[in-house]
Design a protein around this ligand. Structure first.
Ligand SMILES: [Zn+2]
Length: 470
């Protein structure tokens, strides 16, 4: 990364060049003097400032602290209903749930036999940023984003998030296993020619998983049946994060050029749902025993620290001139504080952390085009009151488009987070707008592609067994 002082000089030099161009009568407005910088968009599901702030104080989130010190950080307003697939689709489209059509974990219309049907990428009614970039000939790599299966043909590389309903409890829509990648399922990677190479990361991720588990569990010995269930219910998500991260790193080391690299990591939400009661035990009527608090109270903080390490590795592998946006879709807070917690209850009854009512998420940004805002005190001393409100989840796509010098749709519900951007950038790349990025009949045309009977019987059977079709 370039040192702040060097960047200051670069800004001054660029500013002088632009000024010179204006003076000699060239128009810097139509043709930007410099190509926009690539964007690294890191999605962290359910990351909560109340957990992150103490860790920042302890120096356990060095990557986030570094970004905040050279850029900014604060709260990001979430939305209702506060469910991840809906919000992550708003994050990727800038459109409301009514407009984008992803209304939860499973389709509102179940299968004819009453079982839940998972949303596919064809159910999204409006283009996401990767579709918009493709139309402008710009490249995005999208890894693990919600509701991207089957992988869409884009300019760039798409690695879909494949979900499945727990076969044991398929009618409970909460029992969704997100983020699994399957070694033998077609349609997870676009272009298909890359699928074998990228999914070769799966066995390596599997081999790494026991080490990660041991590290988060800090060598905990014998585990009771309740904690064992909670823990087993986190592992699939940790595995997905490991896999997505390895794939992102692989793409970065392959030096595949990109305008946006977007990656979604979900373990912070999954661990938060299951281990909040050990993080803040005094808030629960059924307080866990002191020994289990000592053992599991660090699961959530340890996972945050692990995610920060992954961010650090991505920053290291990414081009130096990236603008970096770290986004969580919502925060989290204690839930079910009066509930009994016993191993025999259904998993959805054992959720002790949740995000009902749209608690604000975390947003951190830094890069050559992001203003260095500064806080009232050093990052390591920040309190909740020091954190500014920086915008909302709907503002991410408009801001991303502005950073890439692409027009923003007037039909988007969010706005460009202009306060975030350097004035020199805005002068050089004034915000442009179009009425809409959604061509007429966009959804219908995709539906007709989806309905084409080009799937083999074997593939149809796979999709049926996963819950995507009847
Ligand atoms: Zn959640």
């Amino acid at each position: 990364m370039v040192l702040p002082r060097a960047r200051l000089w670069i800004s001054i030099v660029v500013g002088l060049v632009v000024l010179g161009a204006v003076i000699v009568g060239l128009s810097p407005v139509d043709e930007p003097a410099t190509a926009p910088h690539p964007v690294l968009l890191i999605g962290l599901d359910g990351m909560e400032w109340e957990v992150a702030l103490p860790l920042l104080r302890e120096g356990r989130l060095p990557a986030l602290a570094g970004l905040m010190a050279r850029g900014t950080g604060g709260e990001l307003a979430s939305m209702r209903p506060t469910v991840s697939p809906t919000i992550w689709t708003t994050i990727a489209t800038g459109r409301s749930p009514d407009e984008h059509g992803i209304r939860g974990f499973t389709h509102r219309e179940p299968n004819e036999d009453g079982t839940a049907r998972l949303y596919t990428s064809f159910d999204r009614k409006v283009p996401a940023f990767w579709n918009i970039l493709t139309r402008f000939g710009r490249r995005s790599h999208v890894i693990g984003w919600w509701n991207t299966f089957p992988a869409e043909p884009i300019e760039g590389v798409m690695v879909a998030q494949v979900n499945t309903l727990d076969p044991g409890e398929a009618t409970f829509t909460k029992e969704l296993w997100k983020g699994s990648l399957f070694e033998d399922l077609e349609g997870q990677v676009y272009p298909p020619a890359l699928q074998a190479e990228l999914l070769a990361e799966i066995p390596d991720a599997d081999a790494e998983l026991p080490d990660l588990a041991a590290r988060i569990l800090r060598g905990v010995g014998e585990v009771g049946p309740l904690e064992q269930r909670l823990w087993d219910n986190c592992l699939w998500s940790f595995r997905a994060d490991l896999t997505y991260h390895r794939i992102a790193r692989r793409l970065l080391t392959m030096r595949e050029p990109f305008d946006v690299l977007a990656i979604y990591l979900g373990g912070s939400d999954v661990a938060g749902h299951r281990f909040w009661r050990y993080l803040q035990p005094d808030l629960y009527a059924n307080r866990p025993e002191e020994t289990t608090v000592a053992r599991f109270g660090e699961v959530i903080p340890d996972y945050y620290a692990y995610l920060d390490e992954l961010i650090g590795e991505l920053l290291e592998a990414a081009p130096d001139d990236c603008n970096v946006l770290v986004v969580s879709d919502h925060g989290m807070k204690p839930a079910n504080v009066d509930a009994p917690y016993t191993a025999k209850r259904a998993m959805r009854m054992l959720v002790s952390g949740a995000h009902k009512g749209a608690p604000a998420g975390l947003f951190v940004a830094a890069g050559p085009d992001i203003r260095r805002v500064g806080f009232a005190r050093p990052v390591a001393d920040l309190t909740r009151e020091d954190l500014p409100s920086l915008g909302s989840v709907a503002d991410i796509t408009p801001t991303l488009l502005a950073l890439l010098d692409l027009p923003v749709g007037r039909d988007m519900i969010g706005t460009v987070m202009e306060d975030l951007l350097r004035p020199s950038f805005l002068e050089e790349h004034p915000i442009r707008r179009v009425d809409s990025h959604t061509p007429p009949n966009w959804f219908e045309q995709r539906q007709s592609v989806a309905a084409k009977p080009h799937l083999s019987e074997e593939r149809l059977e796979q999709l049926r067994s996963l819950g995507y079709i009847e």
